[in-house]
Design a protein around this ligand. Sequence first.
Ligand SMILES: [Zn+2]
Length: 735
Amino acid sequence: MLSLCNDLWEVQFDKDNGAIRKIIDLVNKKTILDNLHNEVFRLECEEEKYMDSFHSFMYVEKEDGVKFQWNITSDITLIALWQMDGNSISVESYIENRSNQKLSSMEYPLLDGIGDFAAIYGGKNRKDFKNYVAHSYATGFLIEEPLDNFHEDEGFRYMPYPESFSGASMQFFTYYCENKVGLYFAAYDGQYHQKWLNFYKHNGKLRASQIYGYEDIGYGNGLKAPWKFVITLTSGDGWYEGCDLYKKWALQQTWCSGGKLKERGEDKKASWLCEEMGACTFGIDACHDRSLWLERYSEDIKSPIFHVLGPDWTKVEQNYKNSIPGGYNDWFPTRFLDKNLDVIRRHGDRFAPFEFDFLVATDKSDSDMICNSLQKWPQKPKSRDEYKFTMLCPICQYTQDLHVKRDVQVMRESGCDAMYYDISANNILKTCMSDRHGHPVGAGKIMTEAYRKIYFDTKQKLAEVKGQYVPLGTEMMNEVFLDCLDFYQARANAQPCSFLETGIFRDLIKQGKAQVIPMFQYVYSGYAPLRMDGWGKLTKEGGDLIYHTIAKTYLWGGLFEINSEYSAMEMVDEIENSAEEHYCDFDPVGFPYDKSIADYIAKFAALRTGRYNHYLAYGEMKRPPKLHIPKVWRTYYQYNSAKSSMEWGDRGKILLDSVVTARYGYEDSELILFANTTDLTQDIMWQDDILQEDREYDVCFDYSTKTSDTKKIIGKELRNLKLSPRQLFIVENKK
Ligand SMILES: [Zn+2]
């Protein structure tokens, strides 16, 4: 065996074929990866034609590493440079192609035979331990016991990056047994290269892998991954451990080079968005009178609201029923209803139009230009999403020109404060197979760069015209767009009463075996765009899970979103909006508006815009305290999704923590928040010693408005907490 090792662990490679045979924890004398299989790589030649064998293999040992070379054919060679680097091993690899074949992608490395850590470390006490995989899929997702919960060749099988709807928002994942051991996998690529970061079940064990390619496909072209794919042995200290490792690298990258949000000037951020908005709505009709609801939300939530109005404002219908505009002339004149905008302005609210910015009709204005500029998808996209969209390729000049020119005119006509882009760069595979757009076939990295340019150009022009910074937002978020976008809409916080991303794991979520986790916020708080989440309807019939979702969304740094896309709005004054005046079909439901939900949002809206705003908007998310928190069953009824979706009409209950907690740092101060999401008193016990017994803290016992009092309390008096129904309890440690 060839091996790379230090005092802590050893990685053994097969001398005959370069396969990774074993990973051994030397301290505990445990083998955590044990691989008997001989598949070392998967080379994709023409689309979907694979090679995994080779003619010959050789290696050269170096001082701190080893160089492998596989001669796959007489003129195609895979080269991999493995290195031991402190507590990590890493690999860079590339393909030399002297043949006249086209190569599409390479899956390498393959780490096969990753075992059941809980069984390896727990032995007879296996049941006392649990394995988890945390992946940056959809901004963060945790699945327990992946060997039990993944089917063969499934799990996080094809996870494209950067693509957070179906793939990875950041470049890492970690598999661990709590408090015992873990493996952290990351690609340290700051250059936006397209890749897939996968963790799935294979041959009855777990496999971690990376795929790269689809960037420059052509006869005789090679493939390369000019970054370190890193593997680190961890101590299994929760999913935060992987985040802490990644964060050290991530905050040094280009997308963070603009500095922290709090340090950016008024020409580089929208302070009103970060500091003044207490809640948000999504999908309220733009061209029909919705003043009744706009007034009511405002009256009860009591803080300014950010509205992403629905798509129904374009000249040619932009709706969810197969009608969208094409070129510039299809968009104007716009049809925003003044009465809605007047209410928004009167309350100090702000708004952005919903726009499919790259998704276009091919049979309307500019049909020829559009057809020549369409993104060409690969035959099989290697993603859960099939991308059945007619998207403009961002590298085409037509796309770039339309985006800027159109959005400036939308802003001129509507007076909007921001722009929102649906199915935009964050949802889309960065692959364009066209050979007629002037870019290499595949595109990848340069496609991400083109999206970045379009967002920057549009933002710059909008600011010039408006005379102030105009924030841009998208559906979902990836780290590569951190510095060009200001907010994003996500929905996963509301699971299992949500729709779209993470829906594929909904059964596991309902069983309590999978959950959304704030990985993205934990890594990038202080830099990241503002998250809109919650997918909420303010009705009793929707269930009481919503209280948990509201608290979680704010405590994880976001704004709670009232969503009016796929169902009737709440009945206010006996009035419900009708499907005839909407951009998609829904049935009347007649569920009345529930003021008690609005009151709960109002409390958090006051929190978001009040004296602790700087922690949530600009602070650094830290690990929450370890607490014993009673769990409660929450009910939900999902009626706000497309009728054809698997979620529609589903109702049930889910067991969740009764109290949501979070902890933030800002400069030298710290804030710990506790939100009782139930209508019962909850007893909380500390299981760690973050609080010092004799130290004095500023405590707000029941934050409900911006003027709620604080008292000085010493640590030992906070050891046992009793939280009254829906109480928001806050401990500040000012230094
Ligand atoms: Zn293209």
